[in-house]
Structures are given as structure tokens and as C-alpha cells.
Design a protein around this ligand. Sequence first.
Ligand SMILES: Nc1ncnc2c1ncn2[C@@H]1O[C@H](COP(=O)(O)OP(=O)(O)OP(=O)(O)O)[C@@H](O)[C@H]1O
Ligand SMILES: [Mg+2]
Length: 137
Amino acid sequence: MESLIFRIQREADIYVALSAGRRLATELQFSETDRTRVEICILELAHNLIRHAGGGEIEIMPVHRDPAMMGIAVEARDRGPGIPDIDLALRDGYSTTHSLGAGLPGVRRLMDEFSIHSTPGVGTCVRAVKWHSTRRP
Ligand SMILES: Nc1ncnc2c1ncn2[C@@H]1O[C@H](COP(=O)(O)OP(=O)(O)OP(=O)(O)O)[C@@H](O)[C@H]1O
Ligand SMILES: [Mg+2]
């Protein structure tokens, strides 16, 4: 299985990425709950690309720590305005667009690993990983 990259410019693009994420999670025999977590992650990060960055791309990658521990990494990259204060953006209820402000903090809670790199004026990269819950060594 190889990684897949999706350009995200409009809402329809999100569903293409979502179904690819679901397919990979199914192939890796993720539980129903973890499949849904990966989908929510893709959905929220893709929405942010459209809403806050004028589009970008989502990469969905199978990853492994050792042959027995598989996971899925989701990376959202854009060349948008960047996030000046990442701690603030990760706070529940913080939104610059009068939305719920639940996307980034929600993704952080749902996934096992989460990181944001952002440079104002250059762009943002958000990466999240979900590990297979029953194949931990
Ligand atoms: N890719 C991005 N580029 C620039 N700013 C971003 C990006 N993603 C998030 N942000 C900033 O971080 C804030 C918090 O994001 P978050 O997804 O938590 O909330 P939201 O998108 O505003 O609302 P919700 O996701 O609940 O509808 C956003 O309001 C926006 O200011
Ligand atoms: Mg959001």
C-alpha cells in the first residue's frame, strides 16, 4: 500500500479523500471506531484547508513502527496564511470564522499523534497518526 495525495479545493474533493481513508482503514482492519476517527480527522483537516487556507492537499499514508504495528498518517498541507498562535488555535471554541472551533482540538483528541507546523505567510502542515489498536506489541 502506498501513500495517496489529494488536492483539496472544494467540498467534493473532501469526499474523495474520505473514501480513500476509509478504504485504507478497512484494509488495515481498523476497528469501526478507529475508522470513524480517521474519517473525522480527514474531514476536519480538509475543511480547514478550504475554509482557512484557500485549499491545499491531504496525504494519507500507511505507516509502521515495526511489522506488527501499522497505522495511518494524515497530513494536511497548504500555502495559506498560516496560524500565528498554534496554542490558541488548539483551544476548544477558538475560531477566527465564528464556527465551533472544535476541529483542531477534536482531531488532536481523536488521534494518537498530532503536530502542527505553521509559518505565517508561508503555510501550514498538520500531521496526525492513528495506530492500530489491537496490534500493539
Ligand atoms: N490550515 C489552516 N490555515 C490557517 N489557519 C487555520 C488552518 N486550520 C485552522 N486554522 C485556524 O485555527 C482556528 C481553529 O481551527 P478549528 O478547526 O479548531 O476551528 P474552525 O475551523 O474555526 O471551526 P470548526 O472546525 O469547529 O468548524 C481556525 O479558526 C483558524 O483561525
Ligand atoms: Mg475547522
